[in-house]
Design a protein around this ligand. Structure first.
Ligand code: PEP
Length: 244
């Protein structure tokens, strides 16, 4: 039985006061209840320590949005996986389409970063997803399978790796694939990942309270990676409570 994971990707949002308030609001919502799913927030680096403090004593986990492939050294501006783990992070998002686009990150680099995450006892959330042009040309399954093959770490297991399917054209646009299209890609990812039935595969791309329930009910959807809707504690919580 795969326990669902609801992960908030705050991206480059939040000054100190906003970030502390958002983490505290999510922590407050989490406190009195038993949860059917795992819950994760991924603030920007500058807010991580405050987020770790704000959620202390709750079941909410904290993760980074990227890490370097090396553990330390002359890499100005970068942050390593052991640094994230040292702060109390348990996960790290890797290969998000915004990093693939903004920083030209290839699959091979994402794979090396995922291996660095594993070595630091972090769970990498490896993101894959097709562009609109790739979907329109009928290449979705081929593109996603290729990214998967190139980006998944060596030595990963179903318990220590999470995969996120995020169609690039669905991120921040309010558009989503049909439920059948999401299920088709997730089923293929499970088959092709080599990680077995237990691997968790999140859907990301305009997930919100109004569509979370139907997406999270799909047999191969094991949670969500939430961007915009994770910046409002009530919306994020409504998605978490939509887990079947
Ligand atoms: C994301 O960027 O990971 C994401 C899914 O964003 P949004 O929910 O805003 O589409």
């Amino acid at each position: 039985m795969r326990r669902k994971l609801i992960a908030g990707n705050w991206k480059m949002n939040g000054l100190l006061a906003d970030g502390i308030a958002l983490a505290a609001a999510v922590a407050e919502l989490a406190k009195p209840r038993k949860h059917k799913c795992d819950i994760l927030i991924c603030p920007p680096f500058t807010l991580l320590i405050e987020a770790v403090r704000a959620v202390a004593g709750t079941p909410i986990a904290v993760g980074g949005q990227d890490c370097h492939m090396k553990a330390s050294g002359a890499h100005t501006g970068d942050v390593s996986a052991p640094m994230l783990a040292d702060l109390g992070c348990r996960y790290v998002i890797l290969g998000h389409s915004e990093r693939r686009a903004d920083h030209k990150e290839p699959d091979s680099l994402i794979k090396t970063k995922a291996q660095a995450a594993l070595a630091a006892s972090l769970i990498p959330i490896v993101c894959v997803g097709e562009t609109e042009a790739e979907r329109d040309s009928g290449r979705t399954l081929e593109v996603v399978a290729g990214q998967l093959k190139g980006s998944l770490p060596e030595g990963g297991t179903a318990e220590r790796v999470v995969i996120a399917y995020e169609p690039v054209w669905a991120i921040g646009t309010g558009r989503t694939p049909t439920l059948a299209e999401v299920q088709e890609v997730h089923a293929m990812i499970r088959r092709e990942s080599g990680l077995g039935q237990g691997v968790r595969i999140l859907y990301g791309g305009s997930m919100k309270p109004s569509n979370a329930q139907e997406l999270l009910a799909l047999p191969d959807v094991d949670g969500g990676l939430i961007g915009g809707a994770s910046l409002k504690a009530d919306d994020f919580w409504a998605i978490a409570t939509a887990c079947p």
